[in-house]
Write a protein of this length. Structure first.
Length: 682
């Protein structure tokens, strides 16, 4: 028999309520996974319910795996056999493999990835006659949206999402029909079709829906606040012969509207599933009470939410802090100073997470971490210096400083396009081996090895030689800017990518790289040479490679500060959280404010960030923030401004460098970075 004595009173009620619709409102850190797994174990071991009648559905493979492992540890392999603990999409694939022939497909269907999907969309648009050109990814994204809203290709024109006056709607309507016909012709489906066709199957063949409803007599759905319209309809079909549905979620953590999640699914649960029992899990096992007091007061302003108040038995002397910073670079300095201090006091780097609203906030912090040689990882995003455009520009600098750097040279020889392909390169590489001289010297001495490409070779060599001299004078950032302009790199980006948003994002990365060089110059002053800048980049690049090659050493990989967006942080927890940019037009986001949208989800994002912290929470806002090269005045977020008089956090002005004056701090920084340079030279 499974004992439920280890659960608190509310968790135990949730675990013992088996029949009928149940909504478990599980606040952040309230032990929801423990409650769900004990509920399943109780059903099988104590109540004798057959495992193959139980279905648990989650959103991620990680969550499904964790649930399976916990149930297995409670019940053992024999008793847990037959229990289905899957993601929505795994369930859909399982059903389609058995039933897809009813929809006119063959059993051995393929699942197309995004490149395959774009190919079909591109083909459709070639057949669609219109004066205006449409972005392939925008059309594909719209089709994905329609599928997740449960709208079939033949129903789109009659749906509220179709605008008769909008050419894009007409292009989408044509492409959607063409796209689905082609997929079926190829006996293929896309990722969205996994649930979309499962729903179509249930709609068109009610007996199939009835079969699976009778098969799975007890259904549980995790993270119910993240379900969309299509998933709700699937759940309705799966519970059509019974009402034994248990959903677990927290409306205060509904932050995925951009993916189609509909918070009303959890807010109106009892309207859809009548006579539902509502159970609140409000005791938090993660955070100290002072952090929860702040979180509760931030979120309770939202009008459309379930009333609940998190509480904890954990007490602490640590009160959440709000640091007022001077500007973006100053913010990064102070944050890393705090991280270094934490480590110096014996703390582990893995204890710390730096959270932000947008990935664009990360580069200054990354720069400062690299300057201070603090290892870090980025979750749900790419390190700034690993991005293609940044690697390209770094390679130019590497070659200008050291023309013998063959890897960097080969990377940029044809970027932007100079007509120097692999066949041409092989000729010069062969000569390099024969004469035993570096590739660049071969290009310099024998440009006519390939007469057709000789002019391109000469132009490239002259460019490198010119900037080798140019970087001896002028500022680092200015010289990099002029180089980018001379090679017409931004125009190269424009031609590389079809998607306007992708072009904009990559152009911004170029701007961030220039800002990075400018930050370096501000720190190193007269020592801000190309040589020192490149050495810093190479040193960190080498450390990153060593870390990747050392996968077996878990301690090394764990000893890193974690950087991530608020969206990526959901479900995680850290001893110390530094929440960056709690200011107007950052959190809440500028776009949401300008478009007059409901900011309740932005407030929920703030709440999610606060509740990641176990023991210490530091929030920051800058009095001015550098945005694409311009210093823009900023002010404290309304999410905190409303709470100033409630003594829920302590605001500190950190516009001075710790206990030092600005002048003293400047002297200190010069000395610090001068010593760091000496260390690098040694």
């Amino acid at each position: 028999m499974i004992s439920l004595s280890g659960l608190n009173d509310k968790q135990r009620v949730a675990a013992e309520t088996i029949e009928g619709p149940v909504l478990i409102l599980a606040g952040a850190g309230s032990g929801k996974t423990r409650t769900i797994t004990y509920r399943i174990a109780h059903m099988v071991d104590n109540l004798g319910i057959k495992g193959d009648t139980i279905l648990g559905v989650s959103f991620t493979n990680k969550a499904a795996k964790e649930m399976r492992e916990r149930v297995h540890s409670l019940l053992g392999s024999r008793k847990s056999r037959g229990i289905s603990l899957l993601t929505f999409h795994s369930l859909g694939v399982r059903i389609l493999k058995k039933e897809i022939t009813k929809l006119g497909y063959q059993e051995n269907f393929s699942i197309y990835d995004q490149s395959d999907q774009i190919s079909i969309v591109r083909e459709a648009l070639r057949h669609y006659s219109a004066e205006k050109k449409f972005d392939q990814k925008d059309i594909q994204s719209k089709i994905s949206f329609l599928k997740n809203a449960g709208i079939m290709e033949n129903d789109f024109a009659d749906s509220p999402h179709f605008n008769p006056a909008d050419p894009f709607s007409h292009a989408t309507e044509y492409t959607y029909r063409y796209y689905q016909e082609k997929l079926k012709f190829f006996n293929a489906i896309d990722f969205d079709d996994i649930l979309f066709l499962t729903l179509k199957l249930f709609r068109n063949f009610p007996e199939v829906a009835k079969f699976y409803s009778e098969k799975f007599r007890y259904i549980m759905v995790d993270e119910y606040q993240d379900t969309n319209t299509l998933q709700l309809e699937l759940i309705l079909h799966l519970t059509s012969t019974h009402k034994n549905l248990c959903v677990v979620g927290d409306d205060d953590q509904s932050i995925y509207a951009f993916r189609g999640a509909d918070v009303t699914n959890i807010l109106e649960f009892e309207k859809v599933f009548h006579d539902a029992k509502i159970i609140k899990l409000e005791e938090n096992y993660r955070s100290v009470s002072s952090i929860l007091d702040l979180a509760n007061n931030v979120i309770k302003v939202n009008k459309k939410r379930r009333d609940k108040t998190l509480w904890s038995q954990k007490k602490s002397d640590h009160i959440p802090l709000l640091w007022a910073m001077g500007d973006t670079d100053h913010e990064a300095e102070i944050i890393v100073e705090e991280i270094v201090k934490h480590q110096g006091n014996g703390g582990h780097l893995a204890d710390i997470a730096v959270l932000y609203r947008s990935n664009t906030q990360a580069p200054p912090i990354e720069d400062q971490l690299r300057l201070s040689q603090v290892p870090y990882q980025i979750i749900g995003g790419q390190k700034f210096y690993d991005k293609k455009e940044v690697k390209d520009l770094m390679s130019y600098l590497f070659v200008i400083l050291n023309p013998s750097d063959q890897m960097a040279l080969r990377r940029i020889l044809n970027i932007p396009n100079r007509g120097i392909g692999n066949a041409t390169l092989e000729k010069y590489l062969k000569k390099s081996e024969e004469d035993k001289i570096p590739l660049f010297h071969v290009l310099e001495k024998y440009p006519a090895i390939d007469p057709v490409r000789s002019q391109g070779i000469k132009t490239f060599v002259a460019l490198i030689q010119k900037y080798k001299t140019k970087f001896l004078t002028g500022t680092l950032a200015e010289n990099i800017s002029v180089l980018i302009e001379e090679i017409d790199y931004l125009n190269f980006i424009d031609k590389q990518y079809d998607n306007a948003k992708q072009v904009e994002r990559r152009r911004k990365d170029v701007m961030f790289f220039i800002e990075s060089a400018n930050r370096f110059a501000n720190y190193y002053k007269e020592n801000a040479t190309l040589k020192n800048f490149v050495e810093r980049l190479l040193l960190q690049d080498s450390q990153d490679k060593d870390k990747l090659e050392d996968d077996g050493d878990s301690d090394v990989r764990k000893n890193e500060v974690t950087l991530m967006t608020l969206h990526s942080s959901k479900g995680l927890e850290f001893q110390k959280v530094i929440l960056v940019g709690i200011e107007e037009e950052t959190l809440p986001h500028k776009r949401v404010i300008q478009e007059g949208e409901d900011i309740s989800e932005e407030r929920r994002l703030c709440y999610v960030g606060i509740t990641r912290a176990q023991e210490q929470l530091i929030m920051t806002y800058a009095k001015q923030r550098k945005i694409f090269g311009k210093d823009i005045p900023r002010s404290k977020s309304r999410f905190l401004n409303d709470l100033v008089d409630k003594n829920l956090f302590i605001e500190q002005d950190r516009t001075t460098f710790g206990h030092l004056s600005v002048e003293e701090a400047d002297t200190f920084k010069k000395s610090f970075f001068s010593n760091l340079l000496d260390t690098l030279d040694d």
